[in-house]
Design a protein around this ligand. Structure first.
Ligand code: SAH
Length: 216
């Protein structure tokens, strides 16, 4: 069996710190969370390669660098209350839980939500709640959030989502049609009715499917 702890350290040094990820609590979290336990057994040996990997239900676990970039861009920090849309394997939610105080992560595939919840229980990450359902309109019950991350590419930034941010908070979300090159956006809430938008560059994600996303 590969020495996963050594591979994880090398991943953080080369793929994250080496590319400009600076947040100390985030780098520590990514040194801690065992990505090999979030992928199907057949691809476990590739857990620390520099790319996305296939997971169950035809979905993907994002490249480690993209997970870190999104968490840093959203300004996630200790004390924060965070929403993730598209929990998938649960990996990004697990990393978020080691940085922030509380995390809600929504996943539309029930089988993936169950797997992710089982992983949190096994690892003792008690501050993450995995919810099964359509998160394209966010999760108003636990709003407002310091940060919102969408791990699937939307049609537009739903107004309801922007309003689930605290003033001073930010959401990070890819926008663009399935199969096309998409853009990753950071939208920060500057005031009660004031948002600022920045383009963080081209990315490729699976589609956000739901009421405020694409049709199946
Ligand atoms: N953050 C995940 C990446 C998963 S890929 C990880 O670390 O593994 C994106 C996920 O978004 C997929 O699992 C897909 O099923 C899910 N998804 C797509 N549309 C969704 C929606 N409307 N609500 C919740 N999850 C959604």
């Amino acid at each position: 069996m590969p020495d996963f702890a050594a591979l994880r350290d090398a991943m953080v040094d080369r793929q994250l710190a080496g590319r400009g990820i600076r947040s100390a609590p985030l780098l520590a979290a990514m040194r801690e969370v065992p990505r090999e336990l979030f992928v199907p057994e057949g691809v476990r040996d590739f857990a620390y390669e520099d790319g996305p990997l296939p997971i169950e239900a035809g979905q993907t676990i994002s490249q480690p660098y993209i997970v870190a970039l999104m968490i840093e861009a959203a300004g996630v920090r200790p004390g924060g209350h965070v929403l993730e849309i598209g929990a998938g394997s649960g990996y990004a939610a697990a990393v978020l839980s080691r940085v922030a105080d509380s995390v809600i992560a929504i996943e539309r595939h029930g089988a993936l939500a169950d797997l992710a919840a089982a992983r949190m229980a096994r690892l003792g990450y008690g501050n993450v709640r995995i919810v099964a359902g359509d998160g394209s309109a966010g999760w108003p019950d636990a709003a407002p959030y310091d940060a919102i991350l969408a791990a699937a590419s939307g049609r537009h930034v739903p107004d309801v989502l922007k309003r689930q941010l605290k003033v001073g908070g930010a959401l990070v979300m890819p926008l663009g049609a399935p199969g096309e090159v998409q853009s990753l956006f950071r939208i920060s809430r500057e005031g009660e009715d004031d948002w600022a938008q920045h383009d963080l560059g081209p990315v490729r994600f699976v589609p956000l499917i739901g009421a405020e996303g694409w049709k199946e």
